[in-house]
Design a protein around this ligand. Structure first.
Ligand SMILES: Cc1cc2nc3c(=O)[nH]c(=O)nc-3n(C[C@H](O)[C@H](O)[C@H](O)COP(=O)(O)O)c2cc1C
Length: 196
């Protein structure tokens, strides 16, 4: 679990109800990316910008949100199908809003650029991302827990030598999310007066 994320879980229970102006949507296979999304939601909430943190499958319509953060785990260089599908299906809506994209993938310690070996975003989705023009495309270190992996994934990992463990860099994730909150606050989000 990411450090200190106990109160961000509540937003994950909101499911389809849109309670907040910001959406943090994610796709995960084994939970590592979900926890990154929760951490981002927690940092935004601490900055006075509460977000709906939801798996992409539970987002009915991203249109009412004022800003969107979307992330996916990476498997063999690609985003998970539901995240890729969400990006493609909502391209027009996303292109009109401030959007931040993140991938959770590279394993191992050290500089993210080195461990990612120059990988920044799935090649097949790059044209869609170019049209959406996100504010940033982040790549975060991921986590592999052998005890959670399905048979096929275990088999795939046996054929390659990659580090196994939790390499998520909570400081990097926090600092990225703080950058998002700073940008959104500058643009006036979170400063609306409550209705009387
Ligand atoms: C079979 C397999 C293939 C993977 N392929 C990649 C890859 O191509 N690039 C990458 O950066 N990470 C890759 N990873 C690492 C995962 O993306 C990373 O562990 C991620 O944090 C898992 O997120 P999740 O628990 O949300 O599914 C792979 C992991 C497994 C098990």
């Amino acid at each position: 679990m990411p450090p200190g994320n106990s109160n961000s879980r509540s937003s994950a229970r909101t499911e389809n109800k849109m309670n907040n102006q910001i959406l943090v949507a994610y796709a995960t296979k084994y939970g590592a990316t979900a926890e990154i999304a929760e951490k981002i939601g927690q940092v935004l909430a601490q900055a006075g910008l509460p977000a709906d943190v939801l798996p992409v499958d539970r987002v009915n319509d991203p249109a009412p949100y004022k800003a969107i953060v979307l992330g996916s785990a990476v498997y063999t260089g690609r985003w998970l199908k539901n995240a890729a599908g969400f990006l493609e299906a909502n391209e027009t809506v996303l292109a009109e809003k401030p959007v931040w994209l993140f991938s959770s993938g590279p394993l191992g310690k050290g500089d993210q650029e080195d461990t990612a070996q120059g990988w920044r975003f799935p090649k097949n989705l790059q044209p869609v991302a170019d049209r959406i023009a996100p504010r940033d495309l982040a790549v975060f270190h991921g986590e592999v827990d052998m005890s959670k992996l399905g048979f096929i994934h275990k088999l795939m990992l046996k054929k390659v030598t990659i580090p196994v463990g939790d390499f998520r860099d909570w400081e990097a994730i926090t600092s990225w999310a703080e950058g998002i909150s700073a940008a959104l606050k500058k643009e006036g989000l979170g400063q609306e007066k409550p209705a009387e």
